[in-house]
Design a protein around this ligand. Structure first.
Ligand code: ATP
Length: 249
């Protein structure tokens, strides 16, 4: 375990009946990196994120968050330790405003940390944090709008805001650019880039332009196994990867 590991994963296995969705996945994700996980449909990417978040129980393997064992902990306990999946913690309530949604997310974290009874100081903290997160994800001018009125891109940025309101140290992101046009994905790329200052991102994404723009390291999964891990250039120039996934360019 190197000192700079934010997330260390060894020998992670999960089968559905006879089908191995992940087999012996080992990953060493450095603090402050955006580490992308790519691979063809059915490669096991979503399964891997679910194993990391604790939504699914692994058959075997270990997970360490900054050296602390996560594999024997329940999902909520991993969130409290700082390992969170975007879209997992709180989902957007349509009938609440952007700011109210963010306040709910902060209050949930407060309940976990301090118990159910909260003080007026905590109310103020929740409001202040909600406002700063709204700014952080570029939603300040929509702060008082109902969430149901947001564009697709703005709603996905609110999802990210709900996750960062929980102050994760490692954020697991499952296809944040899905369904976005060029402009919206540009905004999401800028947001993820800015998150690197404060946390580590594990990014599952099909949009290769986004992956190449963001990733410090890329792991390629094929049929549940790690085919290669490397820098953007190493992965782009890896003949096996080209053959298995990227196609000749
Ligand atoms: P995609 O890019 O299409 O989202 P993925 O890389 O995320 O795919 P997974 O969704 O993790 O892949 O699926 C890995 C394998 O496990 C696939 O063969 C899939 O059919 C299978 N699988 C996933 N969930 C289940 C389940 N609940 N029961 C049975 N098989 C499953």
């Amino acid at each position: 375990l190197s000192n700079s590991s934010a997330l260390l994963v060894t020998g992670l296995k999960k089968s559905y009946g006879g089908l191995a969705a992940t087999r012996d996945v080992t990953l060493d994700i450095a603090a402050g990196h955006v580490h992308a996980i790519i691979g063809p449909n059915g490669a096991g990417k979503t399964t891997l994120l679910s194993l990391l978040s604790g939504a699914l129980a692994a058959d075997a393997g270990e997970i360490f968050l900054f050296g602390e064992a996560m594999h024997d902990r329940a999902e909520q306990s991993r969130v409290s330790a700082g390992l969170a999946r975007s879209f997992q913690i709180t989902s957007v309530f349509d009938e609440l405003t952007v700011l109210e949604n963010l306040q709910v997310a902060v209050q949930r974290r407060q309940h976990v940390s301090y118990g159910f009874f909260h003080s007026s100081a905590q109310d103020k903290e929740a409001k202040d944090t909600a406002l700063s997160v709204a700014r952080r994800v570029g939603l300040e001018k929509f702060a008082h709008q109902l969430s149901s009125q947001l564009s697709h891109g703005a709603r996905r940025r609110l999802d990210v805001g709900l996750a960062i309101a929980c102050k994760p140290r490692v954020l697991l992101m499952d296809e944040p650019m899905a369904g976005m046009g060029h402009e919206e994905s540009g905004e999401m790329i800028a947001l993820i880039q800015s998150l690197k200052q404060e946390l580590t991102v594990v990014l599952v994404e099909h949009d290769m332009d986004a992956v190449f723009a963001l990733a410090d390291r890329i792991t390629v999964l094929v049929q549940g196994a790690v085919l290669a891990t490397g820098s953007v250039d190493e992965i782009r120039n890896n003949a096996e990867v080209k053959l298995a996934y990227l196609g000749e360019e």
